[in-house]
Design a binder for this molecule. Sequence first.
Ligand code: NAP
Length: 242
Amino acid sequence: MSPVAIVTGASKGIGAAIAITLAKDGYNVVVNYNGNQTLAEEVKAKCDAYTPSVVVQGNVSKAEDCARIVACAITSFNGLDVLVNNAGITKDNLLLRMSEDEYDAVLDTNLKGTWMMSKASLKYLMKCAGSIVNISSVVGRMGNAGQTNYAASKAGVIGFTQSLAKEVASRNVRVNAIAPGFIESDMTLKLNEDQTSQMLSRIPLARFGSAQDVADLVSFLVSAKSRYITGQTIGVDGGMVM
Ligand code: NAP
């Protein structure tokens, strides 16, 4: 029987690359999306080329949706081995201008969503010595002006990862986080030449990362090759934080 993985926010970007990579590794993937059903179906088709997958809509900031996403893994594939908490949003603003709604939306999705998805998944992960990978950010380690909400959520994900890793290590469940730096995305493609060269000057490897760079680390962190690694936050940032 194939192992089973849930990837939240898998309709595009880093989550899509993670879903397809895990399918290539032999996982039945539960491809979660929130609004982009068409894109999620395209990701499912790419996963299905390797291992059968399923698509499920669900907003990770809602507890009932988290329960439904996990139930989808169990009813579709009869178990759960891996949870990747990737779904994330930004709502940037300077603190003095940031609304409570902008703060709540980012914390509810990025941090509370990670907490709720992990809580809903844990009893299944404990049955099979499974693992969790949480997608944090370089911003959760070094901060970024205009992103107090996002930085707090991503720093929270690191503390959550360490605490849960300590709670469940005795059950052989491993919990790790990845802190991506600047990953090529719709956002980075929109930058002008000046902004691009300014950003590149802060990256020792002098290039942006790709979604595949992050997906390859997820593939390692959920595999037996990383069996002695838990509670860690690993940067995929070209050396920005060291
Ligand atoms: P993206 O392209 O904007 O994709 C975000 C994904 O999250 C989409 O699939 C979206 O689904 C989903 N999503 C958003 N809110 C959701 C919710 N409430 N419930 C379920 N799914 C939800 O983002 P990305 O750049 O790939 O980033 C993925 C993760 O990496 C995020 O956690 C982000 O913070 C982190 N990260 C990214 C970078 C970077 O440079 N790109 C750097 C550091 C960290 P729909 O489109 O279907 O709504």
